[in-house]
Each structure stands twice: as C-alpha cells, then as structure tokens.
Design a protein around this ligand. Structure first.
Ligand code: DQA
Length: 138
C-alpha cells in the first residue's frame, strides 16, 4: 500500500510552535519513527504553507495512492478549494488534527474537509497520524 501524509500551513514549525498544544517533537523526528513502525507500507510526506500547492499535491497523488492523511491545519476552517479537491479525487482522505479542535475557538469547529473525508481523527496529538495509518491498513 502507498499512503501520503499532507500537512498544511505552520506545521513545518512543529516542535517550536505552541508546544503546549502541539508538543515538542519536530515532524521530521516523528515521521522517521512512524516509518520505522510501519515497514509494511510506503508512506510519503509533503508539507506546504501554500493552499494551491496542497491542492496540486492532492491532484498528483489522488488517483494512484491508496490513502491520504490530510492535516490541512488552518485551511481546514477556510478553504473551499481544498474541500473541493477532497471531493474531486478518488483516493480516500482521512482528516487528522493534532489538537482537539472542538475544545478550542469556535472558528476551529468548522471544517471544509470533513463532509467528504472517509473519516476524521483528532485530539490524540501526533498519535492521530498513527491511528489514521492503522485505519488505512485495516
Ligand atoms: C490543527 C488545528 C487547526 O485549527 C490549526 O489551525 C492548526 C493545526 C491541528 O493539527 O491541531 O494549524 O490542524
């Protein structure tokens, strides 16, 4: 199986950014450990702070990969374009968030991804990504 993790804006700063909410591990450190754990599956990784680049990547992988694990970060709550891309492609998308967005500000309760996602996993810290991979492998 071939999966990809797509991370949106500001997630390149994981480890430095608001560590009380997002933890102190960098995504690169976490991703290496994740790949060691799941040697039976190919996992790619892409991060961008640019909305259109996230959409381009989804188009690129969205007709050949087995699953997309998408943390669109702040674009989750604003981007009709990313929401439409989830709908347009064939590969199923699991929406993930590190934090429990429903326990935070009201504007984080809205998601343009959820209506077309295969499922949503949030609030488990970086483990949310691991749970998404497990869901795709089951
Ligand atoms: C986030 C939650 C979003 O509300 C926020 O804008 C992020 C990260 C999370 O993983 O918890 O950047 O997607």
């Amino acid at each position: 199986k071939k999966l990809i993790i797509i991370n949106g804006p500001n997630l390149n700063l994981l480890g430095k950014r608001e560590p009380t909410i997002y933890g102190s591990l960098t995504f690169t450190e976490f991703f290496e450990a994740l790949k060691q754990k799941h040697t039976n599956v190919e996992i790619d990784y892409f991060q961008s702070n640019i909305e259109g680049e996230l959409i381009d990547k989804m188009h690129e992988v969205g007709f050949s990969y087995d699953g997309i694990i998408l943390n669109a970060a702040a674009y989750t709550h604003t981007s009709v374009g990313i929401g439409d891309a989830v709908k347009a492609i064939e590969t199923p998308v699991i929406e993930v968030h590190i934090s429990n967005t429903f326990g935070r500000e009201e504007f984080r309760h809205q998601s343009y991804i959820s209506p077309n996602a295969a499922g949503v996993i949030l609030g488990f810290g970086l483990k949310s990504y691991d749970l998404a991979i497990k869901s795709f492998l089951d």
